[in-house]
Design a protein around this ligand. Sequence first.
Ligand code: GLA
Length: 733
Amino acid sequence: MRLFTYLLLFLLPFSLSYSQDVTIPIETENTVMVLKTDHNNRLKIIYFGKSLSNIDEYKQTGDVFNFQDEGASSNNSAYAVAGIDNNFIEPAIAVIHTDGNNSLDLLYESHTATQTDDGATLTTITLKDPVYPFFVDLLYKTWNENDVIEQWTVIRHTEKGKVVLNKYASANLYLNNTDYYLTSYNGSWAKEMQPEETHLRQGMHTIESRLGTRANLLTSPNFMLSLDGKATETSGTIMMGQIAWNGNFSLQFETDMYKNLHVVAGINPYQSAYHLDPNTPFETPRFIYTLSFEGKGKGSRNLHDWLRDHILLDGHGDRLTLLNNWEATYFDFDQDKLVSLFGGAKELGVDMFLLDDGWFANKYPRNGDTAGLGDWEVNRKKLPDGVPFLVREAEKEGVKFGIWIEPEMVNPKSELYEKHPDWVIKEEKRPEIYFRNQLVLDLANPEVQEFVFEVVDDLFTENPTLAFIKWDCNAPIFNGHSKYLEREKIPQSHLYVAYSKGLQNVLERIRTKYPTVPMMLCSGGGGRSDYNLLKYFTEFWLSDNTDPLERVFMQWNYSYYYPAIAMCNHVTDWSKDKSLKYRIDVASMGKLGFDIRANELSEQDMRFAQQTIVNYDDFKEIIWHGEMYRLANPYEKDLASLMYVNEQKTEGVMFNYLTNWRYLAETSLRPILLQGLDKNKTYRLTEINLYDGAYTPINDQKVYSGEFLMNVGFNPSVNSSRSSVIIKIESIE
Ligand code: GLA
């Protein structure tokens, strides 16, 4: 015993000076993640939850959890490594050093916290391997008011040669809650954003994409994690977020034997070992999350505000209402037909006409989706006077002109493919595999990046007043092999990352030269909507499925992560069994567009459509820039109800949609509780978008206090003869 005490006394000063006992709180207004070094100088996550007013207490937050057990003490690493024997949990990073050794240990070195120019706090923590000159910087950019954290890593080394990164996640979290319900989303063409709830209990649950380009066709990078039981719209603790990457992503949720949840998020390591040169920092994509203690509604509003304030291009600006010709004509149009449609756009009263697919290619004309993609000169037979003529004619009618492109892709039947077969991603030794008859161009190749940039640049050079671009992307990467990487002797396992970064380079160049022009992110429907690409876009296309009933559900699901200003909703003829009113009312809950043959509308329908656009122009500020509240969930009730309120709480709009046409549907037995109003203000509620003078039971002479509307509620009287009801809410002095 004496000997033991002696040894302890001898060792103590050494271990004290070795271990720095550092506590680093990553704080937002309401949340904190506390990181702390252990006695070996390894950085641990000791707490993730509500922030405390006395920051001195953070260092002891971990003491009340069971981190002492041998296994538990390694599971809460701030960035779990592979290859040392004290880590038994899924690694965030796995490497092979230049000498072939595949172990990694990361000890705390230093940290800094600075204010960024855009108003966030950036905490940078440097970890270093004690044996190898290998470093990982953990970065946390915190947005105080939004309660949003952007987390990522920068990986670097000064070894002599290339270090192979077999896994290189953006973030690693550790949650000590009691019960975890994960909502993730699967999908396919016309079935995007279908929610699935999983009660996480034991082992690993992975959400990932391997599609390369249109990363969220089959799975979405968005997730919602209810902690300590199921959260509701207005109560409970919930983490909501996204891995913001336009390429293959992976979100891993691992529940350990202590019932703690380990989350690893980043680029999917699938076929993507990265050979990193010395002194060449590798920056991983951002893992974005918010923690709300007031349910899903608050979580969504945090993300909406953050996206509009800091990511989405022109998040506080205007958007253009439009008439698109895709479903109205498909590939079957010519100059005269298009010009005749411009009149329809004007008559409807929208801001812009959007010309979709089919306007280009001559040797292999783009008259269907089997040929011409890649050949971006105007089809002279269909459009003899070119795009400038169309722009002029549209402008004569007082509408702006926008155009569709899909510049990352090629049909094998195209001049581009004939001229540059080596620009195409494919395994030469294997049969080509097509998706919508097309292949993906190799954006790892700078020449291809230049080509894609020029597609856009040429359009603007020829048409300086071009008002809008719809940027599509239909095919995933099959048989991923790059001739360019082969020539440059770069490993093929760089392809997925190089593609994603190549696309970003192009978009960066486009935005440097054309910083403001609105662009819609589209991907064979809604295959792309990541926060990373939304830096370059003003809006995105949710799905080719424009059936309004399906859209109510889809828009509901997207609304958890995206503000209305970012979401393009078009009125189409997809489902004519629903009234024009229902279709327009559903599309009005976002960025409104039309994709119909306006000239075929009856006089009455045209009058109604015109009125709805006037109404939309009147309330769009509120839904684009205000706060959103989900009031009635169509998955739980026979209707959906949502509302938007402006910042001053003086104006709002409430959207109500019937989702069950059965006689037994219960839609108007009870009022709906409004949210987000000022309880001391008095409001008048007026029904708008009434079809041709239809009767409304809503008496706009009655007034209600905000308190009444939020505690007793309001009944919009939704039923099968009033299947959609839009209410304008105005405070009166
Ligand atoms: C994709 C888009 C559609 C339309 C077509 C054109 O499917 O999602 O909106 O633009 O391409 O080919």
